[in-house]
Design a protein around this ligand. Structure first.
Ligand SMILES: N[C@@H](CCC(=O)N[C@@H](CS)C(=O)NCC(=O)O)C(=O)O
Length: 254
């Protein structure tokens, strides 16, 4: 089996897929796209992924897109080190959580990410070039136009951080219900993998506020101690490694 992963080091969606590939010890060729330079919007790449986003998996010529779909696919074709519960009810719960994660933390984390890390690059562009770049994005056009070159206003940042907070509270409740240490109990599942990069990102931005939720704090320590974590977050995967100005803003210690 030959796996080629089109992705970006700092992309949270890519990190989900790298984590599963690494956990399963599946060798893969990594094609790194520069998202700020628009590699994801080039016509050859759009033929693979018409959404113009990473990641995309090429498995022996079969093209699979969307990170949660890719991690489920990988768990089906390489069953060792499984991330999916046997019990159909637990499976359904895992998938419901993955949907919740995509709607809540994975979406909300984009607001502080773009405002704090990427905005300075967009502010260097002329207004016409920025508008053209935004218009060329199949999935994120409106998001880019709402952010504009002045950034999301404070009320949007506050709302995004409130959504993140509700996600930690939901995680806390799930861990309590399942008995932990993972969201669905003793076995790490794709739901844990799905939410992991959003928490890593918010921590990297210095905005983590789950200190009063010890179950979530322990979950975070556990996932960072997982053997797949280090090879997934190789140097350059954290925004603070690429954008040193973030370190100065960080409120929480790294
Ligand atoms: N639902 C998609 C979302 C993918 C996505 O938003 N990817 C981001 C990086 S995490 C991206 O490629 N952004 C490029 C852009 O905004 O132009 C997935 O999970 O794969």
């Amino acid at each position: 089996m030959v796996f080629r992963l089109y992705n970006a080091p700092q992309s949270t969606c890519s990190q989900r897929v790298r984590f599963v590939l690494n956990a399963k010890k599946l060798p893969f060729e990594e094609v790194k796209l520069n998202l700020l330079e628009g590699d994801q919007l080039k016509s050859d790449y759009l033929k693979l992924n018409p959404n113009g986003v990473v990641p995309t998996l090429d498995h022996d010529g079969a093209i699979i897109i969307d990170s949660n779909v890719i991690t489920e696919y990988l768990d089906e074709v390489a069953t060792e080190h499984g991330f999916t519960p046997e019990d159909p009810v637990k499976r359904a719960r895992m998938r419901a959580l993955m949907h919740f994660i995509d709607e809540m933390p994975a979406a909300a984390v984009r607001v502080p990410t773009f405002n704090l890390a990427f905005l300075p690059s967009f502010q260097k562009m002329g207004s016409e070039a920025f508008a053209a770049m935004a218009a060329s994005k199949p999935l994120r056009r409106e998001f880019m136009l709402t952010m504009g070159q002045t950034g999301f206003p404070k009320h949007e940042m506050d709302a995004a951080l409130a959504r993140m907070r509700r996600a930690y509270e939901r995680m806390d409740a799930e861990i309590e219900k399942s008995g932990g240490p993972w969201l669905l109990g003793k076995q790490i599942t794709l739901a844990d993998v799905a939410v992991m990069p959003s928490l890593v990102r918010i921590h990297d931005l210095g905005l983590a506020d789950w200190q009063d939720l010890p179950r979530v704090a322990t979950w975070f320590d556990n996932i960072r101690a997982h053997p797949a974590y280090k090879p997934t977050f190789y140097h350059g995967s954290l925004l603070s490694e690429r954008f040193p100005h973030l370190r100065e803003n960080a409120k929480t210690p790294a």
